[in-house]
Design a binder for this molecule. Sequence first.
Ligand code: SAH
Length: 218
Amino acid sequence: MNKALIDSFKHKGLRRNLINEIRNKKIANETVLTAMMEVPRHFFMDGAFLEKAYSDYAFPIGAGQTISQPTTVAIQTSLLELKEGDKVLEIGTGSGYQAAVLCQFNIKVYSIERQKELFHKTKKMLSKLACKADLFYGDGYKGLPQFAPFDKIIITCGAPYIPEDLIEQLKVNGKMVIPVGSGNIQKMQVITKNENGEITIKDHGEFSFVPMLSEKSR
Ligand code: SAH
């Protein structure tokens, strides 16, 4: 991505309108909205179609993938209930937008992407911003055992089932936010793990994500 990273008054104004639109839906907490106000979404999209960056839609980011809809980012981030010092794992780095929103919190962010092309492009992009997420090229189904356990895990692709390895890498009383379902529609589930390793699942509505695929792709 060799475009200049300029965040003008116009960009900020458009972003404020989008954040207000999300605020009116009453699905996100204020801390999350403040974090989203800090991140110029147009930096994460090719071509920088302004009206697309600041309207509430998912958008193609190359390699057959999409940057999540802002409302979805707001909901998933709110459901994580982030606390200072949390260690958070994201599955599906994609454009890096969700990772950059997470970086606005005082937490440690790890993110995995299975597509090499996207991994390299996004790593370059995030290094230009003050986002200190640690990015990995790998298979999200396996998580990052070397950095586990995590306080929170967020999956930004549609998982056909809840990956066992990720449950294992979740701390006791930790939270995983995961869209579950094969096909076009997934249920947003919040999973918590108790002292005995048992999980509790709560549903938070229906969404549509690109699929979580196994193995790395080149
Ligand atoms: N969080 C991203 C959303 C990208 S879409 C953003 O803010 O832009 C979901 C991403 O998940 C895609 O980039 C896709 O390649 C990736 N993905 C799919 N299956 C995966 C897997 N098993 N491990 C890691 N990433 C995966």
